[in-house]
Write a protein that binds this ligand. Structure first.
Ligand code: MG
Length: 405
């Protein structure tokens, strides 16, 4: 069996680098992305020039200012980053049909079997790096290995603007001298526990008998042990971001009951938001469509900051509905659609904490929906809709719309 070849690519200091790409005056300077020092907030990203002076991601901006008052401070520009991200992922698609977008600035590329197309693997990897540099003006680091885990760790070592190749069969030796926290899956608590056993390096962890690890960590124990031995069977998943997601309802009988349809819009918005969170996506564009009984269709849309919360999406959808529904004709169908989607994995909450964080209530609701089904819980004002719904495989069709005239 031939070995798999997986390449992990990660853009260096992405947000800061994207700013430097479009603002030549920022190049070669200490640049801090996150906001101005007067605002309460944290460093989202910083240029390597700033990192050299001690700036770290997550550091309060005020502290960053004390360390480095001469740095350039700037807020985040979502549109710019998402443009660069799309171009980056597009470029990777030239190297293999199997590309997994792991986050806004990071991807796995399965190069297995593409050697004949791209010459030897290392050449393909460095070619990719120089294309990213010349076409996007961004610097990327690359790790090449037989699996995702080792490739990703190799990228970390290669940073910045480096290339690291772990030869097939050398995975375990490569990992052995590294501290255990480098191992994906070893979080703060696991690390603390392992350290209390006197284990500091991955090589030491790899020698622990499986029974001991599974006794302490349950199923995670086996998983950690495999990882420590450089084993990772996860395949590169061709997980391309869908272009759009939508939810719609066709009424069994056309209805002109504004309050009722508005309630349905809210309900659809909640379901759409849940879907977005399930796919780990956010929408930057929300549209609402009405199809009338006379089959005329109307649509309105709004560009937003990246959203995936029930409340925000429902508010916008209902607003769009209020603006759109001006004809005095009964409605046959309403649809709420999210497009221009972005991955949720970039830590957007660093920018605008209230705007973008998934709140604890939403998290709890999602847990309940995942366990007991999407109809298991709803806000009280939507409960009255339930009795009108009958489910089908595509969603829900209303049985008898209430005509409260
Ligand atoms: Mg990065």
């Amino acid at each position: 069996m031939t070995a798999t070849h997986i390449l992990h690519v990660d853009l260096d200091a992405f947000f800061a680098a994207a700013e430097q790409a479009v603002h030549p005056e920022y190049r070669g300077k200490a640049l801090i992305v996150g906001g101005t020092p007067e605002v309460r907030g944290v460093v989202c990203s910083s240029s390597y020039e700033a990192r050299r002076l001690g700036i770290r991601t997550g550091m309060p901006l005020s502290q960053a200012y004390r360390i480095c008052p001469e740095a350039i401070f700037t807020g985040g520009n979502f549109k710019l980053y998402s443009y660069f991200s799309q171009e980056f992922h597009k470029l990777l698609g030239n190297y293999s049909p199997v590309v997994e977008n792991a986050s806004i600035d990071e991807a796995y590329v399965d190069l297995t079997g593409t050697e004949r197309l791209h010459g030897i693997l290392l050449k393909a990897a460095s070619d990719m790096q120089s294309k990213i540099k010349s076409q996007l003006c961004l610097s990327a680091s690359v790790g090449l290995a037989t699996n995702k885990l080792v490739a990703k760790i190799a990228t970390g070592i290669a940073k910045p603007y480096g290339l690291y190749y772990v030869l097939p069969g050398r995975e375990k030796n490569f990992l052995a001298p590294l501290p255990i926290r480098k191992l994906i899956g070893v979080g703060y608590n696991t690390e603390k526990k392992l350290r209390s056993f006197g284990i500091q390096y991955i090589g030491e962890l790899a020698r622990i008998p499986e029974q001991i690890l599974s006794h302490t960590f349950g199923v995670m124990g086996t998983y950690i042990l495999q990882r420590a031995n450089g084993i990772d069977k996860r395949a590169v998943e061709n997980r391309l971001t869908p272009k759009s997601l939508s939810r719609e309802t066709t009424f069994a009988t056309d209805t002109a009951d504004r309050q009722f349809v508005r309630g349905v819009v809210k309900y659809l918005a909640h379901r759409l938001a849940f879907k977005l969170r399930e796919h780990k996506l956010r929408t930057q564009n929300l549209s609402l469509k009405i199809r009338y009984g006379d089959l005329l269709e109307e649509q309105k849309c709004l560009a937003t900051i990246p959203l995936n919360s029930d409340q925000r999406i429902a508010t916008i959808a209902m607003e769009l509905f209020d603006r759109l529904y001006t004809r005095r004709v009964a409605i046959r169908l309403v649809s709420v659609k999210a497009s221009n989607l972005v991955q949720d994995s970039w830590q957007l909450e660093l920018f605008e904490q209230n705007e973008l964080q998934t709140d604890p209530l939403t998290q709890a609701l999602d847990e309940i929906r995942k366990r007991f089904g999407k109809k298991s819980i709803a806000t009280a004002d939507l409960l009255y809709l339930n009795k009108y719904y009958t489910s089908d495989k595509e969603g829900y069709v209303l049985k008898t719309p209430c005509l409260s005239r």
